[in-house]
Design a protein around this ligand. Structure first.
Ligand code: UT7
Length: 322
């Protein structure tokens, strides 16, 4: 059996930090409301000209270095992002060029907050079926570009950042299974209501902003994260108590706590970064993973459950032995 194993992780956050206190100055909100309702304390925001490919590249370079491979060894680059640099080419192609390589497959996956888990699913199947030996999966976002900074219902929630993993074929251990789903009927509960073929004017005017029915999304997220966890564990005959780490998408601490409770996971075994990074969509899981790997919490051989939920709706999970 061939597994896709994570052999290196990396992440990158833009230098600029915006705190809840900073937001209090421009919109009618409070640090207390944001912390109590979301767990968020601060977020990183990309500088002018700091693009998704740029921050994705920095995360990728760190993952490649940690993996100890040559970038030329990469057979596939998948970037999960909802904020690509350009309409085309894909951000993955731009990152490929910036890595100084050419020839391998490179494309973006558009699955909003589930983009990284979708990318992991694709790369896992690519490696398992012999499409190649080495894959680079990145989640990178500059959500600040599609955030209406005057809308308090969304402005407090999002941040920019990137995370990446290098996967390599391995006979012994790695990704055990991935599970991905979507339900397009929920389109209008969480979306950017404008775009390219639907009408380009708002994009040109710089007014293509995230719109969300937060409460409905919240309820759906809690229920869906529970069902995907059950599906993943049952599909592999794994008991929830066998999990070493839970690494959920970082949208809201209340959602994370609810999901952890259903898994009977103590919060010390849940990687939480939403307080420091806010919701970085496709970047949130690989960012959290990299941080917990680098600070020594996650160790080789441990059993990890990754879970995502986002616009679409899309959702997914990965069960893996690190
Ligand atoms: O990553 C993709 C998935 N996304 C998510 O999972 C996000 C899911 N949703 C959430 O995290 C939460 O629903 C929010 C954090 C967005 C909102 O929390 P909530 O507990 O669902 O609050 P709410 O939307 O029901 O709003 C409660 C009140 C409202 O006032 P009224 O109508 O009760 O008077 C809002 O107007 O809070 C008000 N409010 C705010 N007050 C201060 C909304 N935003 C703010 C704000 N500051 N920033």
């Amino acid at each position: 059996m061939t597994y896709a194993r994570i052999i290196g992780t990396g992440s990158f956050l833009p230098e600029k930090v915006v705190t809840n206190a900073d937001l209090e100055k421009s919109i009618e909100t409070s640090d207390e409301w944001i912390r109590e309702r979301t767990g968020i304390r601060r977020r990183h925001i990309a500088a002018d000209g700091e693009t998704t490919s740029e921050i994705g590249l920095r995360a990728a370079e760190r993952a490649i270095e940690a993996a100890g491979i040559d970038a030329a060894d990469i057979d596939l680059i998948v970037v999960g992002t909802a904020t690509p640099d350009k309409i085309f080419p894909a951000t993955a192609c731009i990152i490929q060029r910036k890595l100084g390589i050419a020839g391998c497959a490179a494309y973006d996956v558009s699955a909003a907050c589930s983009g990284f888990v979708y990318g992991l699913d694709v790369a896992n199947r690519f490696i398992q079926t012999g499409g190649g030996r080495t894959a680079l999966v990145i989640g990178a976002e500059t959500l600040s570009r599609i955030t209406n900074w005057e809308d308090r219902t969304t402005a407090v929630l999002f941040g920019d950042g990137a995370g990446a993993v290098v996967l390599q074929a391995n006979e012994e251990t790695g990704i055990i299974s991935t599970h991905i789903h979507a339900d397009g009927r929920a389109e209008e509960l969480l979306h950017v209501p404008t775009g390219i073929s639907i009408g380009y004017e708002a994009v040109q005017a710089g007014e293509a902003y995230i719109a969300m029915n937060g409460n409905a999304v919240f309820r759906k997220a809690v229920a869906t994260l529970d069902s995907i966890a059950r599906e993943t564990l049952a599909g592999n005959g794994v008991d929830k108590h066998d999990l070493d780490w839970f690494i959920p998408h970082q949208a809201n601490l209340r959602i994370i706590r609810a999901a952890a409770k259903k898994l009977d996971m103590p919060m010390e075994r849940v990687v939480v970064t939403v307080d420091e990074h806010a919701n970085t969509s496709a970047a949130s899981i690989p960012l959290a993973l990299d941080i917990a790997v680098r600070d020594g919490r996650i160790k080789r051989g441990e059993l990890l459950l990754l879970e995502a939920f986002g616009a679409g709706f899309t959702w997914g999970s990965a069960l893996l032995r690190y």
